[in-house]
Design a protein. Structure first.
Length: 160
């Protein structure tokens, strides 16, 4: 194992992010993540299930009786962004297909698909929605995908 440095890391071959979240009802979560969103199911038990989120994240939903996500927000480029949240940066094709899928399934957007950081290195289209337990999900597509991890001061681009 090599020591960590401040330089940009090189991902391990096949590296995949893992995230585990609480849900109030495992059957409800399975219907939402598997059927509604179309995420491929992996392992499962009586109280949890793994999902493949676009090949970049292993999402595990764990049933926690009585769970309901807290609603807190942070202002990001004029949007009330739910915190905490998770999601993925997608290709424009996958982003548009997911928007279409959600609309066909009548999923309400917490923040409708739109562009933000227009004219800045981080320009993107993004949207938010909530799962049945209130967990916030964000999916985005970068205008310039190579800028996903670009370092710049967002405040320098804001109007005085």
């Amino acid at each position: 194992m090599t020591a960590l440095s401040s330089a940009a890391p090189t991902p391990s071959p096949g590296a995949t992010f893992h995230l585990a979240i609480p849900v109030r009802d495992i059957a409800e979560a399975r219907a939402f993540y598997g059927d509604t969103l179309g995420f491929r199911k992996g392992r499962e038990s009586k109280t949890w299930t793994d999902y493949d989120v676009f090949g970049v994240c292993q999402l595990v939903v764990h049933e926690v009786a009585g769970f309901d996500a807290a609603r807190q927000h942070s202002a990001v480029d004029g949007d009330p962004v739910p915190v905490p949240h998770f999601g993925a940066a997608l290709s424009a094709v996958d982003f548009d297909a997911l928007v279409d899928r959600l609309q066909k399934k009548n999923i309400a957007f917490a923040t409708s698909p739109h562009a933000r950081f227009v004219g800045q290195p981080g320009e993107q289209r993004t949207f938010f929605f909530l799962d049945p337990s209130g967990n916030a999900l964000e999916f985005k597509t970068m205008k310039h995908p190579g800028n996903l991890f670009a370092r710049y001061d967002v405040d320098a681009f804001e109007e005085p």
